[in-house]
Design a protein around this ligand. Structure first.
Ligand SMILES: Nc1ncnc2c1ncn2[C@@H]1O[C@H](COP(=O)(O)OP(=O)(O)OP(=O)(O)O)[C@@H](O)[C@H]1O
Ligand SMILES: [Mg+2]
Length: 357
């Protein structure tokens, strides 16, 4: 399972909530735009919960025809409807001892909302066409990218179900509200894709970095991941270009006023830091030497641009199962630097899931 990448305050808040809700057995509601990581979050909660040895069973309520959804979710008895030639367990039963992930829960028909509410309240249900009341020990994590409050106002979603599901609520912020996380993730996705395609790509060109930073990412992390992976395949050089990312149409604001002098300065610094981090895989001594700054200046700059948590992400290859290594580096001023003793940006607050006790 992929670790979650991020270092922005917005995503660190999500990581903290994941840890907290994983320690309970209550239902969880995940909201957020498409591609923000709702399913990944559901998996992370499951993998850190006492149910981690049990199954994680996803079901997309919007992708299954209405007529079949009840049977998919709750199962059916033989002869319950035409074509029901044998008894079938539903996803709720299949997830017994584990977690069912109800994606696009806002699309549930009213009759199924009632049945789900009863399951959440009493832990019981009947299969379609069945008389027997069944009990199953399944945790429910639900997700939606529609506004359930609006759906309640339009009488399309039950308010009591909303409150039952949403006691524990985690909102996944859109990528455009996660600061430099887009760059950070782009670097991680690039490393992963370069490794699988055996391409010697060192990083992104300056224009590509600019484009990554100003693109609004309507498709969020999924769009970023797809663009970077595709760019790695298309790339013919050592660097991913803006064209490789297919972000060629973006307008980079022209640096034509005094006010933007500072912005340009910051852009160049960020770009150099990102490139050096990639080139030297987070080796602080080499980066400081290459950029001709002291290590303490380097740490200060990394912190200033929210890049300090990236550093340990490079010490080990991505998607490793080892815990981030804790370092006790000394700064040029002789103090122990706490910035890089923290978690790696690859699963910054969560750490590799397989390390969870
Ligand atoms: N923080 C993250 N770090 C690394 N990868 C991520 C992160 N968040 C999401 N992804 C990746 O982005 C893609 C989309 O994530 P996911 O499927 O969880 O989004 P979603 O919110 O369920 O989207 P949708 O609403 O479209 O179903 C997946 O490939 C996932 O692995
Ligand atoms: Mg999803």
């Amino acid at each position: 399972m992929d670790d979650m990448v991020g270092a922005s305050p917005a995503i660190c808040g999500v990581f903290e909530k994941i840890v907290k809700v994983a320690a309970t057995d209550m239902p969880v509601l995940l909201t957020g735009e498409t591609g923000t990581g709702k399913e990944l979050t559901a998996q992370a909660i499951h993998a850190r919960s006492v149910r981690k040895q049990g199954p994680f069973v996803p079901i997309n309520c919007a992708a299954i025809p209405e007529a079949l959804l009840e049977s998919e979710l709750f199962g059916h008895e033989r002869g319950a409807f035409t074509g029901a030639v044998q008894q079938k367990r539903g996803k709720l039963e299949a997830a017994g001892g584990g977690t069912v992930f109800l994606d696009e829960v806002g699309d549930l028909l009213p009759s199924l909302q009632v049945k789900l509410l009863r399951f959440l309240q009493e832990g019981t249900f009947e299969r379609v066409g069945g008389q027997e009341t069944l009990h199953v020990d399944t945790r429910v994590i639900a997700a939606t990218n529609v506004d359930l409050k609006a759906a309640i106002d339009q009488n399309r979603f039950r308010e009591d179900l909303y409150y039952r599901l949403g006691v524990l609520h985690i909102h996944l912020p859109p990528l455009r509200e996660r600061g430099e996380d887009a760059l950070l993730m782009a670097m991680v996705f690039l490393q992963q894709a370069a490794a699988t395609t055996h391409k010697a790509i060192r990083g992104f060109s300056s224009q590509a970095i600019d484009a990554l930073r100003i693109h609004p990412w309507p498709g969020n992390v999924r769009e970023l991941s797809n663009r970077v992976r595709r760019a790695v395949v298309m790339s013919e050089g050592e660097e991913i270009t803006r064209q490789d990312l297919d972000l060629a149409g973006e307008d980079v604001p022209a640096a034509d006023s005094l006010d933007s002098l500072r912005a340009a300065h910051q852009r160049i610094e960020t770009e150099l830091l990102v490139k050096a981090l990639m080139l030297h895989r987070g080796n602080m001594s080499r980066i400081a030497r290459d950029l001709k700054v002291s290590r303490s200046t380097l740490y200060r700059k990394l912190k200033q641009y929210g890049l300090e948590k990236i550093t340990t992400g490079f010490i080990q290859p991505p998607a490793t199962t080892r815990a981030p290594r804790v370092q006790t580096e000394k700064t040029g001023t002789g103090e122990t630097n706490s910035m890089i003793t923290k978690e790696s940006a690859v699963g910054a607050a969560l750490g590799p899931i397989s390390q969870v006790p």
